[in-house]
Write a protein that binds this ligand. Structure first.
Ligand code: SF4
Length: 248
């Protein structure tokens, strides 16, 4: 059969908006490339489902061709920082004494395993107008409407185990285990806010800490950790920057 000729086909011409956006995204990606990369395992990442991915991150294994943060992803990160600053302002206006820096002007954080595991907390609440126990760890995340609704419906522990692991680990290493942590989630689409108290879970903190030890030991020994799945089409792998390296 003769192939039909498509006389109407046209390459889509970039719009004015495309041109400006490309300039912005190139600038953001170039700026990101100048930032030093982490040379430690981040406590906020330990709840990731895949140990192998954490190992790749820690060892700074080159990402697959064409992967890495896009301009849009960098804009999403930047928006998250702005929303966190707003949440700090809102809580303070509501009467919470929320500190984000210690007396030396540094972010609250911890370093263990010779600095190879580190975490930096969003803040600590030292006084509250609603009678909640203090001092309490404060963690803030922004989420799209779907994820935010999931958090508000099921709670952070069930909806986002990666955040729950981070909270438990930070409570443990910052000595904030007596009071529940205050977790804030901001809906990026509607600006709804969600707050919940997260009691310290020693088992969860220990599991995160043990995982860090396992990853660091494997890195030292040159051993590759197992994948979290046998299915290369798993959605976690779909978004992984090392998918080609890992499976091919
Ligand atoms: S591709 Fe999947 S299994 Fe491999 S490191 Fe990434 S998340 Fe883990």
């Amino acid at each position: 059969m003769t192939a039909l000729l498509d006389f109407n086909h046209r390459e889509k011409k970039p719009t004015f908006a495309d041109g400006v956006n490309v300039l912005i995204d190139h600038a953001l990606v170039a700026e990101q490339a100048t930032r030093p990369t982490r040379d430690y395992l981040g406590g906020s990442r330990l709840g990731d489902a895949c140990q192998r991915r954490l190992q790749y991150e820690y060892l700074k294994v080159p990402k697959d061709e064409g992967s890495g943060f896009s301009g849009q992803t960098l804009r999403i990160f930047a928006l998250g920082h702005v929303l966190e600053d707003l949440a700090i302002d809102w809580l303070r206006k509501a009467g919470f004494d929320l500190r984000t820096r210690n007396r030396h002007g540094e972010q609250f954080g911890f370093e263990v395993a010779g600095g190879r595991l580190q975490g930096h907390a969003d803040g600590v609440i030292v006084a509250a107008p609603n009678g909640m126990a203090v001092p309490a760890l404060w963690e803030c995340k922004s989420a799209n409407a779907k994820n935010w609704r999931e958090i508000a419906k099921r709670g952070v522990v069930k909806a986002k185990p990666i955040y729950a692991a981070q909270i438990a680990l930070y409570q443990a290493y910052l000595g904030l285990t007596e009071a529940s942590a205050l977790f804030t989630a901001i809906n990026k689409d509607t600006c709804e806010i969600w707050h919940e108290l997260v009691p310290f879970d020693a088992e969860r903190a220990q599991a995160a800490s043990d995982k860090a030890v396992r990853i660091l030991r494997a890195c030292d020994a040159g051993e590759q950790l197992p994948r979290h799945t046998e299915d290369p089409e798993h959605f976690q792998c779909h978004f992984c920057d090392w998918k080609a390296r890992c499976w091919e």
